[in-house]
Design a protein around this ligand. Structure first.
Ligand code: ADP
Ligand code: MG
Length: 564
């Protein structure tokens, strides 16, 4: 079989002078980006990424791509050694993700050691080279399967200052995971897998239909919330993608994934065009999510403007903005023409629920201890719910309106805080759930803390996890692990204090384990909820600081009716 070996050469001075250079290795995620982009450029169909210590200790990227010709290994490590362009003119027709020949050299300079083991497809043996502290060793023959495996050890070993700028292992790992799940959206036919500290965290099998990949990354059920975006034919800019239907928006832009010619980019202009397509259809502070992939002639987009190539410049920026906005807004219109399953306007057709279905008592049994005997002597009566969200209570001195979700959150939060007395109860029927890569990455970083709270989740097969124990007294059906992980990931803060972190963790778990708004509650449940709220240390606010209840006492009523 005749295959063309791609040879590596050092760029000439003129080309080098036209390259937007910059320091590109800032953290483990930058290393992973460079290595994964190389694997994609090499035509890999499978890329396995493994980290130790958040990537600080070790990063390995293994692919089944075309490999590096053994004699070229030293050139691969050489600054400006590349097989992707050969002259300055090529800078205007870049079709690969890399082109400056700086990735491996920069990583080698930042790491304690960098090892490449590679077997070029046409060879029947592999070769190995190691760069350590700036010096590159000799190439040796080794047995290897076709493809490339690059291992980076002790990142920033020689530059402790750079090391100090990194977040915790968990924070760095989460960044890597989130980068990978985003880039994977643009390359659905490539399988990706991620391991951390010896554990499989997630894997994305190769799929033909990009929507399958979208569903893996954005979560089950996202398929129904997304509508296709296609540019009109005969336009110089090709657009394919999916955007969230009106009403399926998110609180931040994190779910907006943009690709330009296969390159994952950040672009304020494209994000603005995306939002502009929703103008008048979305509340302020809410953002559409999805995937938009642009393809343009390489000459119409300059990829050589940013050190890490995360930003690009369009030659006709205004036209690109318009085309993107129109394509998205047309996609949205087309998407709404299809009748969606109608939302019930009345409760007709909603199955009758027996009061038992909504029993609060088991959910609150963990509070038995405090609830008993905390008694002010006033008998509270529940008068009912408003909008199945607010409980109306009357007692001797007036009327109380209680936000049922906020109240239950406070109760659950204080119970979790006292953790030790709750204990963990194994579930009779462990629940199997699928997590998205982002959720799985958060599970990886918060799993031990959740376990300390009595929430035991184990990996179960490829993408599935098994919830096998919850804090005693928890109602399984209310427990929303995916919701907890989404909230914890969305708010990941590297600088928070341990006590703040713990508060946030408990508040998040409490929030996703309790009664929600628009849930019918029996009168007994309404009273129980109120009584248990009153028994709390801090009954006036939920753990997020929102009020739990509003009191209208006789004095205020008299004022309102102008009796005083
Ligand atoms: P660039 O990607 O800009 O060319 P790099 O320093 O990242 O520069 O890589 C240098 C060269 O090494 C690449 O041009 C390519 O020929 C080769 N190379 C690097 N990683 C791989 C890989 N995973 N598979 C095949 N070839 C690779
Ligand atoms: Mg590269």
């Amino acid at each position: 079989m005749q295959t063309t070996i791609q040879r590596i050469a050092i760029l000439d001075e003129n080309t080098i002078s036209q390259i937007a250079a910059g320091e590109i290795i800032e953290r483990p995620a930058s290393v992973v980006k460079e290595l994964v982009e190389n694997s994609l450029d090499a035509g890999a169909t499978y890329i396995a990424i493994e980290l130790r210590g958040g990537g600080r200790t070790e990063i390995t990227v293994l692919d089944d791509g075309r490999g590096i010709y053994c004699d070229d290994l030293p050139l691969a490590l050489h600054r400006h050694g590349t097989s992707k362009i050969s002259s300055a003119a090529d800078l205007f027709s870049v079709r690969t993700l890399g082109f400056r020949g700086e990735g491996l050299a920069s990583i080698a300079a930042a790491a304690g050691a960098l090892e490449i083991v590679s077997r070029e497809a046409a060879q029947n043996f592999g070769a190995r080279i190691v760069a350590r502290a700036g010096s590159v060793g000799a190439v040796t023959r080794v047995a290897a399967s076709p493809g490339t495996k690059i291992t980076v050890r002790d990142l920033f070993a020689a530059t402790p200052v750079r090391r100090d700028f990194l977040g915790s292992d968990k924070a760095e790992f989460t960044r890597v995971s989130s980068f990978l799940s985003r880039i994977a959206l643009g390359w659905p036919r490539v399988a990706f897998s991620l391991r951390h500290d010896g554990r499989d965290v997630w894997s994305l099998p190769a799929v033909r239909d990009p929507v399958d990949r979208l569903e893996m990354v954005f979560g089950k059920g996202s398929r129904g919330s997304l509508t296709a975006v296609r540019s009109a034919p005969n336009i110089m800019i090709g657009i394919v993608g999916y955007t969230s239907r009106v009403g399926a928006d998110r609180p931040n832009r994190q779910g907006q994934v943009l690709f330009v010619n296969g390159r994952l980019v950040r672009s304020a202009a494209l994000s603005a065009a995306w939002s502009a397509a929703y103008s008048g259809k979305i509340m302020t502070g809410r953002y559409p999510y999805g995937l938009i992939m642009l393809s343009l002639a390489p000459g119409d987009v300059d990829v050589n403007v940013h050190p890490t190539k995360i930003e690009v410049r369009f030659v006709g920026a205004a036209a690109v903005f318009d085309v993107v906005r129109h394509a998205i807004s047309d996609g949205l219109d087309a998407g709404t023409e299809k009748p969606e399953s109608e939302m019930p306007l009345s409760l007709a057709g909603v199955p009758e629920l027996s009061p038992k279905d909504y029993e609060l008592a088991p959910a609150l049994s963990m509070l038995e201890g405090i609830a008993a005997g905390v008694d002010s002597g006033q008998t509270a009566r529940a008068l009912g719910q408003i909008d199945q969200t607010f409980i109306v209570i009357s007692d001797a001195s007036g009327l109380l309106i209680v936000d049922q979700h906020a109240a239950h959150e406070r109760i659950a939060f204080e119970a979790l805080e006292r953790g030790a007395d709750i204990g963990s109860a194994p579930l009779l029927l462990p629940r199997i759930i699928e997590l998205t890569p982002d959720q799985a990455a958060t599970m990886e970083s918060c799993g031990s803390e959740l376990a300390e709270m009595g929430i035991v989740v184990e990996r179960f097969g490829d993408d599935a996890y098994r919830v096998s124990a919850l804090p005693s007294g928890y109602e399984q059906r209310r427990f929303d692990l995916a919701g907890i992980l989404d909230d914890l990931a969305g708010e990941a803060r590297s600088s928070e204090l341990a006590s703040e972190h713990r508060h946030r963790l408990l508040a998040t778990v409490a929030c996703h384990s309790v009664v929600r708004a628009h849930e019918p509650l029996s009168v007994q449940e309404q009273v129980t909820l109120y009584e248990r709220l009153r028994a709390c240390r801090d009954p006036q606010t939920c753990p997020h600081g929102r009020p739990t209840m509003l009191r209208l006492d006789a004095t205020e009523l008299s004022k309102a009716f102008k009796r005083t």
